[in-house]
Design a protein around this ligand. Structure first.
Ligand code: NAP
Length: 284
């Protein structure tokens, strides 16, 4: 394993298990999170906690960023003590957050002026896949940078694919999350309809699981509905963000319009709960 010093920004639902995965793989990790308390548990695993993105760059060869949205990316890159305050010669910044292709193009260009490379590398999969290193990673950017980071991607995911130039990873991710939104809404509506006909939910889920429509998403989210557990693995507010990003990129098909309206409505009461809380919003 090449001895890379890895920097990690963002220890939310995804960033925490992903960074822990790299520590487990034996990498030396330097971490930054806006809310300092979240970094403490990684301290015990030998990670070095720094107080700004700027300080992180100074001691890291490649820097991963896993934060909420475009606004957070702007803050991390261009804010006071941001990543871009350092010389980035020979460094690669990998943005794994689900953000707009536009902000990737902007940040890639700013990184270049500082001598560094930028990859957009959003992921498909949620907390369970993050914990087991089985995410799917879609990457936009320079092939040489991709090849250098690939061994690290392989510790985080079961597939890392270069799909095109800067922003291509972001666009691929928006396509997938459009489908995810449909899937969660469809599952919720199927269960609600079956319940209205007095069909037991667990029985319906067993039927779905054994049918051609069975998949891991329906299994996990179906169980969440049965257990009345709406703690966020993927917060509902994030799918609203993603559907709006997709809309801005031109995804205005009939189903895309419907899901955006559904989740915007659901977010009024359930934004910090899991995406499958759309079930509760559709129920009433
Ligand atoms: P999350 O739990 O909401 O965590 C968000 C992270 O971003 C936290 O570390 C937060 O810091 C940081 N952050 C937010 N605003 C910031 C700002 N202005 N400046 C600096 N840091 C800021 O989100 P998540 O579920 O880990 O998701 C992260 C990204 O991955 C999102 O783009 C999401 O759409 C995407 N994603 C999520 C999933 C999933 O299943 N959860 C799956 C695939 C992709 P604090 O701790 O200080 O709040």
């Amino acid at each position: 394993m090449e001895q890379l010093n890895i920097g990690w920004v963002g220890l939310g639902n995804m960033g925490m298990p992903m960074s822990a995965q790299l520590i487990k793989a034996g990498y030396k990790l330097n971490v930054f999170n806006r809310s300092k308390d979240k970094a403490q548990s990684l301290l015990n695993s030998g990670a070095e906690v720094v107080s700004s993105p700027r300080d992180l760059v100074a001691i890291s060869d490649i820097i991963f960023v896993m934060v909420s949205d475009d606004a957070a990316i702007k803050q991390i890159f261009t804010g006071a003590d941001g990543l871009l305050e350092q010389d980035l010669s020979n460094k690669i910044i990998i943005n794994m957050s689900t953000v707009s292709p536009g902000i990737s193009i902007e940040m890639a260009s700013l990184c270049k002026t500082k001598g560094g490379a930028y990859l957009d590398a959003p992921v498909s999969g949620s907390v369970k896949q993050a914990e087991t290193g089985t995410l799917v990673i879609m990457v936009g950017g320079d092939e040489a940078a991709f090849n250098k980071v690939k061994p690290v991607f392989e510790k985080l995911g079961k597939l890392a694919m270069l799909v095109g130039e800067t922003g291509a990873g972001n666009n691929a991710k928006l396509a997938i999350n459009g489908l995810l939104a449909l899937h969660a809404q469809g599952l919720a509506e199927a269960i609600l309809f079956a319940q209205s006909k007095n069909i037991d939910t667990q029985s319906l889920l067993t039927l779905i699981e054994n049918s051609a429509l069975g998949n891991i998403f329906s299994k996990i989210k179906g169980e969440a509905i049965v257990n009345d557990n709406y703690n966020a693995a993927f917060a509902l507010k994030h799918i609203v963000k993603d559907l709006n990003l997709a809309k801005a990129e031109g995804l205005v098909s009939p189903l895309a319009k419907t899901t955006l309206a559904t989740y915007e409505d659901a977010a009024q009461e359930h934004e910090n709960e899991d995406i499958i809380a759309v079930f509760k919003a559709l129920k009433y």
